[in-house]
Design a protein around this ligand. Structure first.
Ligand SMILES: C[S@@+](CC[C@H](N)C(=O)[O-])C[C@H]1O[C@@H](n2cnc3c(N)ncnc32)[C@H](O)[C@@H]1O
Length: 316
């Protein structure tokens, strides 16, 4: 039984320079081998990996997820795979690998994998009982939210809010990440206003929710204030200052109303997350922002995200 190393590039050489002696490596594995050997050891194609002899496979490339899939097709379980590139993920890829410490020793293991930083969303969000699928659904959106909330917690006063809550998936992430702040939730809880012209199927898809069901899903319901009804009529004279606003109402009309009400009430240093700004299926969102900026007479500093919905982060 031996140790195998996947990859013959920078990651593999990092591993060696951190203290894994090449003599301990039975062979390297690579999808695109540049030659038959590397650092005096043979280089195999994945299909040549002797799975029954592999006590530990250390994956050194960035494509951890793809290689995990390739290994499972080869019959190599995650308990025998250690990933060098285990950071900026929503899960600890190395959690199932129980035998590495015994084989390598704690001291060498810590030298090989220094400063592993898993984006810590699961720690805080686990109190919101989010499933792994929900967490992984939009890594960029969620990890951006987490980093923003860390900054806000320390520096910017004010409440949090979401306009367009649906079943509360994103709202409960906000609630979990800013447990000390009030969270205002605005939604009709019955879909879109007739004048927005949502198609029948889109409307029906958004009717399946309620204020009570959303509240029951919040990890800190005592901080939540629900404002059911069509926005902005649902405000009923509310006055508040905010550090974070999620605006996710899909159409131009309510997006423009949301910008008009929330932007002036956002504290300096705060963020407004405009979901679907880059979604070609929902062009009204970007149009509403254009119109609001024209009303303001100046553009708002903003950062586009490569998340699934094409969010835009407006920065005050
Ligand atoms: C895409 S869903 C929100 C999804 C949610 N932000 C999430 O990430 O899980 C859009 C929501 O906007 C709400 N909505 C649209 N126009 C509205 C308005 N004028 N007033 C209140 N809610 C509205 C709809 O009822 C729907 O629940």
């Amino acid at each position: 039984m031996g140790i195998y190393v996947w990859g013959t590039g920078c990651g593999a050489s990092q591993l060696i320079s951190r203290g894994l002696e090449p003599e301990r490596v039975s062979a390297f594995v690579d999808n695109h081998p540049v030659g038959p050997g590397f650092l005096g050891r043979p280089v195999l194609r994945p299909e040549e990996l002797p799975v029954s002899d592999c006590e530990l496979l250390i994956v050194t490339t960035r494509h951890s997820g793809d290689i995990a899939l390739q290994c499972s097709r080869l019959g190599l379980g995650r308990e025998r795979i250690l990933f060098l590139k285990n950071h900026c993920r929503l899960e600890d890829m190395n959690a199932p690998c129980t035998g590495a410490e015994k084989l390598l020793g704690r001291e060498l293991l810590e030298r090989l994998l220094p400063g592993q930083r898993i984006i810590s969303v699961p720690a805080r969000l686990s109190s919101g009982a989010l499933s792994r699928e929900e967490l992984s659904g939009d890594y960029v959106r969620l990890s951006t939210l987490e980093l923003i909330c860390r900054r806000l917690e320390a520096k910017v006063p004010g409440a949090a809010a979401e306009l367009g809550v649906y079943r509360g998936d994103f709202a409960r992430c906000i609630n979990a990440l800013l447990p000390e702040r009030k969270l205002y939730l605005f939604d009709s809880f019955s879909g879109f206003a007739p004048e927005d012209g949502a198609g029948a199927a889109f409307q029906a898809a958004h009717e399946n929710t309620s204020a009570e069901a959303v509240l029951a899903r919040m990890p800190h319901p005592e901080t939540v204030r629900l404002y059911p009804g069509y926005f902005p009529a649902s405000l009923k004279g509310l006055e508040e200052r905010f550090c974070l606003v999620s605006l996710d109402v899909d159409f131009a009309g309510p997006t423009l109303e949301g910008l008009r009400w929330f932007w002036p009430r956002l504290n300096t240093g705060g963020y407004l997350l405009l979901h679907d700004w880059g979604d070609p299926e929902l062009p009204g969102v970007a149009r509403a922002l254009e119109q609001y900026q024209a009303e303001l007479g100046s553009p708002i500093p903003a950062l586009p995200l490569p998340d699934i919905g094409g969010s835009l982060v407006l920065c005050k």
